[in-house]
Write a protein that binds this ligand. Structure first.
Ligand code: 26W
Length: 819
C-alpha cells in the first residue's frame, strides 16, 4: 500500500499530466482562457492517484476480509471536491505551482467546480465529514446513497423573496464519479405475495413484484487525509429494467413505450428539499426503498465474494449505520432476503439483523419523525409489511408484555403501528427495536432522547441508547478554507493538528501574547476583507471589514430562530434612529439560509429580513453602523467563504430543539465567538472554551419546560417589554413596505396569536442583554482576541475524527489498516 507521506508528483510532472489530459483526454489545445477545461484536466490528473489508491484499498480489505461499516444515508452534502482532494493527497502546493505555470490561479479553477449538494443541511453534511474521517483514519467504510440528478435547489432572491431553480450539478458531467455497470442491481416494487405450503408443511412466502427497477451505481472515491485509504461512496441511479417496450412502440403508443423509463428515472430524479419536516410522499418512500434494496444486495454480494453462502460471519464482518430513520426499510429488506431467499427462520433472521444495524437519531421535532401509512406500505412493499407485523408481534408479545404484563396502553404506545383513522408505521420504533445501538448526536440531545423521546425503550433496553457527539472535519473546515490561519497554527503547534486536532490546545498558551493576538486578528481581518468583496459582488451591499461580522448560517427553521436575530436587529435600528450616537461597535449581520419550498413562515422570515435589510443598508441616518446581508444560495462552498471571516457565531435555537448543530463547531474552530443558548453541542462547546469565552443566554431546557407547564403567554412579554412591543408593531406598519402595511406581519402573528411556539418572546430580553455584553467585549481588542484564540484552541473535541473513534469504540468495532 502506498505510504501516506510520499508526494505522488512533482509540480513539473503534474503540469505534464494536466497538459496530457488537456490534449489527449479532452482534446482541448487552446485552453488558455478555458478554466473549466483546465479544472477538468486537473481533476483527471488527480484521479490517476485516487484510483490507484482506491484499488489498493479494496485489495487490502478483500485480502484481509476486513470488517466494514456501511453508512446508509439519503443525503451527502459533499460540496466541491478538488481542493479537498488536493489537500488530502498533499498535492495542493504541487498543483498550485503546476497550474500557475499554465497561467491559472488554482483558486480560480476551484470556482469552476459545482457543489455536490446531495443533501439539505446538518445530517447530509455530517455524513460527508464522517466519510472524510473514516478514510483519514484508514477504516473500511462504504457510504451508500442516491445519485440524485438534481441536488438541493438553487436559491435566488426576487423582490426579496426566495425562488427555487433546479440544481444542475451533472449538466456537464462530474469528474469525481465513475459508473459501475458491473454492479448494477435490480429491485422490485408493488405486486403481491404468494403463500406456498411446502412438502414438509412449512409455509413459504413468495413476493411477486409488479414492477422492477434497475439500480446503476456511481462511485465517488473518498480520499483520506495523509492516509493509505481511498474509500467508496456508492450512489444509486434508477433506470427502467427494460429500456424500451417495443410492442407498445410498434402499436404506436410511443409515450407508453417510454413510460416505464420515465417512471423509473423519477425515483432518483431529485432530492426532497424538506429539512426536519416529513413530506409523507410515496415517491420519497420509494426513494428510500430503492437505495436501501440496492445497497443491501450490494453488501451481501461483497460479503458472499469473501464468504460464499456461509452466513455465520455476516455480523462479524458487516455493520450498517442508519443515518436517521430515512433508511429504516433496509432492516426489512435484509429480513426478507434472509427468510425468503436463504431459508432463515424469522427468529434467526431477526437475531442477525439486531447484531448488524445501528441507528442515529438527529432530531426530536415530532414533525420530523417519519410515519408511513400502512395502506401505502402494503401497496408498495406487501412482503415487507408482513415482516414488519411479524417483528411487531415478536416485540410486543416477547418483550413489552414481559416487561409490562397486561399493560395494553404500553403495547399501544410502543407498537410499531400507530393506531388511528389510518394505521401508520412508526419508523423510529422499528429502528430502536431492530438495532443493537441507538445514539443521539450531542450529550444534551441524547439525554432528551432517553428521557423524553424513548423513555420506555430506554427502560426496556438499558444498554442500547447512547451518545456520540457530532464533529466536523478540520481538513475542509480549517486547513482548506482558512489557509492563512492554518499556516499561523503550523508556526505555533505541532503540524499534525489536521489529523490530531487536540494538538491545537497549546495555542491557548499564546492567547495573551499580543504579537500572536495581532497575527491572529490580522488574518481574521484579511478574511473579512475577502468576504466583503464577495458580499459586494453577490448582493451589492458594501460592508466595512472593521465592523463585527455577526453570522447566522443554517437552514431556515423557526426553532433555529432567525426571527429572534431579526427582532434584535430591528431593536438596534430603532435605538440608532432614536439616537444616531447610540454606543455600539458597527455590526454587519450576515445571513445564509434556504427554506423548504413549502415552508410558508420560513419564506416570510427570509422576505422580512431582505426587506428590512434594504431599508437599513440605505439609511444614511445611522452612518453605516448597522448592515444586514442575506447571501443567496447558501451551501457548503459559501460556508467555506463566510466561516473564516466570522467574529460572532449565532447559535440561538430554543433550548431542546437543535440536536447538536455542526456550524457552531466550524465557526468556533475558525475563531468566531459563540452567542448561543444551552442547546445541542453549544453546551459542550461552552464546557471546552470556558464561560469567559462564550456568550450564553436564554432559558435552559428545564426552564422552557417550566414555561410550557405554566401556560406560556407571549403577550406578557409584548406588554412588559416596550422595545419588543415597538419592533413587533413596526412589522404591522408599512415602515419597511411603503403602501403595504402589515406585509411583514406573518412573523408578528406567529409570535402573538400564533403562540410563539419557539419561545422567542421569552428569550428576547436575555438575548439583548447578551448582545450588549458582546459589544462591550468586542471593543476590548485584547480581550476579544484572547476569546477568539481560545475558541480555536479548544475545539479539539469537535473533530469528526473523535466522533468516528467513539462510533468505532462503542458501536462499530472496526480495525484500521495496519502496514
Ligand atoms: C423527513 C424529513 C427530514 C429530513 C431531514 C427530517 C429530518 C431530517 C434531518 C434529521 C434534519 C437534520 O439535518 N438534522 C440535523 O442533524 C445534524 C447532524 O446530526 C444536527 O447537528 C442538527 O442539530 C440537526 O438539526
Amino acid at each position: 500500500m502506498a505510504t501516506a507521506s510520499k508526494k505522488p508528483f512533482t509540480a513539473a510532472q503534474f503540469k505534464k499530466k494536466v497538459l496530457q489530459h488537456l490534449n489527449v483526454t479532452s482534446s482541448q489545445q487552446d485552453f488558455h482562457n478555458n478554466p473549466s477545461a483546465v479544472q477538468r484536466a486537473v481533476c483527471m490528473a488527480v484521479n490517476e492517484v485516487i484510483f490507484e489508491k482506491l484499488s489498493q484499498t479494496n485489495n487490502y480489505h478483500k485480502e484481509h476480509k476486513t470488517r466494514s461499516v456501511n453508512y446508509l444515508s439519503l443525503e451527502y452534502l459533499m460540496g466541491r471536491m478538488l481542493s479537498n482532494n488536493l489537500h488530502n493527497l498533499d498535492l495542493f502546493d504541487v498543483a498550485k505551482k503546476a497550474v500557475a505555470d499554465l497561467g491559472f490561479e488554482i483558486e480560480d479553477l476551484f470556482e469552476q467546480g459545482h457543489d455536490l449538494a446531495l443533501g439539505n443541511g446538518g445530517l447530509g453534511r455530517l455524513a460527508a465529514c464522517f466519510l472524510d474521517s473514516l478514510a483519514t483514519m484508514d477504516f473500511n467504510a462504504y457510504g451508500y446513497g442516491i445519485h440524485y440528478q438534481h441536488g438541493l435547489f438553487k436559491q435566488q432572491f426576487h423582490q426579496c423573496r426566495q425562488i427555487e431553480t433546479p440544481d444542475e450539478w451533472r449538466e456537464y458531467g462530474n469528474a469525481w464519479e465513475v459508473c459501475r455497470p458491473e454492479s448494477v442491481q435490480t429491485i422490485g416494487l408493488f405486486g403481491s405475495v404468494e403463500t406456498r405450503i411446502n412438502a414438509d408443511g412449512s409455509e413459504q412466502k413468495i413476493w411477486h413484484p409488479g414492477q422492477t427497477i434497475k439500480g446503476v451505481p456511481w462511485d465517488v472515491p473518498i480520499v483520506g487525509y495523509n492516509s493509505k485509504t481511498v474509500n467508496t461512496l456508492r450512489l444509486w441511479e434508477s433506470r427502467a429494467s427494460s429500456f424500451f417496450d417495443w410492442d407498445e412502440f410498434n402499436s404506436g403508443a410511443y409515450q407508453d413505450a417510454h413510460a416505464a423509463q420515465n417512471a423509473a428515472e423519477t425515483i432518483s430524479k431529485v432530492l426532497y428539499p424538506n429539512d426536519e419536516t416529513e413530506a409523507g410522499k410515496e415517491l420519497r418512500f420509494i426513494q428510500q426503498y430503492f437505495f436501501c434494496a440496492c445497497s443491501i444486495k450490494d453488501i451481501i454480494a461483497r460479503y458472499q465474494s469473501m464468504h460464499g453462502n456461509d452466513w455465520s460471519h455476516f455480523a462479524d464482518k458487516m455493520v450498517m449505520q442508519l443515518n436517521d430513520t430515512h433508511p429504516t426499510i433496509a432492516i426489512l429488506e435484509l429480513m426478507r432476503i434472509l427468510i425468503d431467499e436463504h431459508n432463515f427462520s424469522f427468529a434467526d433472521a431477526f437475531a442477525l439483523c439486531r447484531q448488524c444495524f445501528a441507528y442515529t437519531n438527529h432530531t426530536l421535532l415530532p414533525e420530523a419523525l417519519e410515519k408511513w401509512s400502512v395502506p401505502m406500505f402494503e401497496r408498495v412493499l406487501p412482503r415487507h409489511l408482513q415482516i414488519l407485523f411479524a417483528i411487531n408481534e415478536f416485540f410486543l408479545d416477547r418483550e413489552v408484555s414481559a416487561m409490562w404484563p397486561g399493560d395494553h396502553l404500553m403495547r399501544r404506545r410502543l407498537s410499531l403501528i400507530e393506531e388511528g383513522e389510518v394505521q401508520m408505521v412508526r419508523m423510529a420504533h422499528l429502528c430502536v427495536v431492530s438495532s443493537f445501538k441507538v445514539n443521539g448526536v450531542a450529550q444534551i440531545h441524547s439525554d432528551l432522547v432517553k428521557s423524553d423521546l424513548f423513555p420506555e425503550f430506554n427502560a426496556l433496553y438499558p444498554q442500547k441508547l447512547t451518545n456520540v457527539t457530532n464533529g466536523v472535519t478540520p481538513r475542509r473546515w480549517l486547513k482548506a478554507c482558512n489557509p492563512a490561519l492554518s499556516a499561523l497554527l503550523d508556526s505555533k503547534v505541532k503540524t499534525d493538528w489536521p489529523k490530531h486536532l487536540s494538538s491545537l490546545a497549546s495555542v491557548a498558551d499564546f492567547a495573551d501574547d499580543s504579537k500572536f493576538q495581532q497575527q491572529f486578528m490580522d488574518i481574521k481581518h484579511a478574511n473579512k476583507v475577502k468576504l466583503a468583496e464577495e458580499i459586494l459582488a453577490l448582493t451589492g451591499v458594501d460592508v466595512d471589514p472593521n465592523a463585527i461580522f455577526d453570522v447566522q448560517i443554517k437552514r431556515l427553521h423557526e426553532y433555529k430562530r432567525q426571527h429572534l436575530n431579526f427582532l434584535h436587529i430591528l431593536a438596534l435600528y430603532r435605538r440608532l434612529l432614536n439616537n444616531p450616537d447610540y454606543d455600539m461597535h458597527p455590526r454587519v449581520y450576515i445571513f445564509g439560509a434556504k427554506a423548504a419550498p413549502g415552508y410558508y413562515l420560513a419564506k416570510e422570515i427570509i422576505f422580512a429580513i431582505n426587506k428590512v435589510a434594504e431599508k437599513i443598508n440605505n439609511d444614511a441616518r445611522i452612518n453605516g453602523k448597522l448592515k444586514v446581508v442575506f447571501m443567496p444560495n447558501y451551501r457548503v462552498t459559501l460556508a467555506e467563504k463566510i466561516i473564516p471571516a466570522a467574529d460572532v457565531s449565532e447559535q440561538i435555537s430554543t433550548a431542546g430543539k437543535e440536536a447538536s448543530g455542526t456550524g457552531n463547531m466550524k465557526l468556533a474552530l475558525n475563531g468566531a465567538v459563540t452567542l448561543g443558548t444551552l442547546d445541542g453541542a453549544n453546551v459542550e462547546i461552552a464546557e471546552e472554551v470556558g464561560d469567559d469565552n462564550i456568550f450564553i443566554f436564554g432559558h435552559t431546557v428545564e426552564q422552557i419546560k417550566a414555561l410550557n407547564e405554566h401556560g406560556y403567554n407571549p403577550h406578557h412579554y409584548y406588554q412588559t417589554n416596550a422595545e419588543l412591543k415597538a419592533v413587533i408593531d413596526w412589522l404591522y406598519s408599512d415602515y419597511f413596505t411603503p403602501g403595504h402595511p402589515g406585509e411583514l406581519s406573518a412573523i408578528a402573528n406567529s409570535l402573538l396569536d400564533g403562540g410563539d411556539p419557539y419561545r422567542v418572546m421569552a428569550d428576547f430580553e436575555s438575548y439583548c442583554q447578551a448582545n450588549i455584553e458582546l459589544d462591550k467585549a468586542y471593543k476590548d481588542k485584547a480581550r476579544w482576541a484572547k476569546m477568539a484564540i481560545i475558541n480555536t484552541a479548544k475545539m479539539g473535541k469537535f473533530t469528526s475524527d473523535r466522533s468516528i473513534q467513539d462510533y468505532v469504540d462503542n458501536i462499530w468495532k472496526l480495525e484500521p489498516i495496519v502496514e
